[in-house]
Design a protein around this ligand. Sequence first.
Ligand code: HEC
Ligand code: HEC
Length: 214
Amino acid sequence: MRCNLFLAFFLIALNTQANETDAARKRWAQSPHGPFLERILPPGFEPELLPEPGSRGAQLTLRYCVQCHNLANPAMHAAARWPAVVERMVLRMEGRGNMGKLMHEMMAGVVAPEPQETKALIAYLRKHAQRPLDAKKIPELNTAAGESFRVACNQCHALPDPRRYTAKEWPAVVARMQKNMLWMNRVVASKPLPGELQLKIEDINAFLVRHARK
Ligand code: HEC
Ligand code: HEC
């Protein structure tokens, strides 16, 4: 009985959270800057994918980090990178960030975290961060065979550790990143253009497969 009651509360809590996320998404999607905001981060990282979903950190992320764009994945950035990103975002939430006019128009209804909430947010994102690659352990990175990976995969975040996934798992992650690149408008030319770098997915996959987790 007590168990059921707990479950009921848990489900209500989850539902409220989903509604808040939906409401935030609607707000920015309907803003005149929606098309820009929509492209900042890709869709698809849904609230239920957050690690430790019941934790305070996950809840703060859901409260504050969907107000202007899609939900960020804590695994996107390495731990060392998160504090600077969060601080940039908090300044904006306080109305003091760059992109002043645009963000000002967006500000109606945007709430900013308290300093101790900011700390908890940073701690949570760092705890579940990306583990970056240790270049010293992979000398091949700086050879021609590592070039496609090296250039394409650190446009948005630190180069990920290839041991994060097995050889079998990597191609699906790379395919999702290809979508992210299109979504976020950061494409490395897919057609050969003189003087422009090409996105060579086969080379990237081959590199990751060679250095993947066994
Ligand atoms: C007031 C609006 C606003 C809120 C709220 C907001 N962001 Fe952002 N975010 C932006 C804007 C604008 C950009 C694009 C410009 C830039 O990168 O600074 C951005 C870009 C990003 C990016 C992609 C750029 C990068 O450095 O990787 C990440 C990741 C991100 N935000 C994470 C977060 C997190 C985490 C939170 C919650 C702590 C958050 N955002 C809350 C406005 C916001
Ligand atoms: C256009 C920006 C962009 C580029 C370029 C990019 N990523 Fe990402 N990456 C993201 C975003 C956004 C996330 C978080 C959302 C997600 O996981 O799709 C992410 C998350 C990740 C993660 C952590 C999430 C997980 O599933 O483990 C890994 C690993 C990763 N990227 C690998 C790569 C690789 C390999 C490449 C090169 C093929 C790459 N990324 C290129 C934007 C990018």
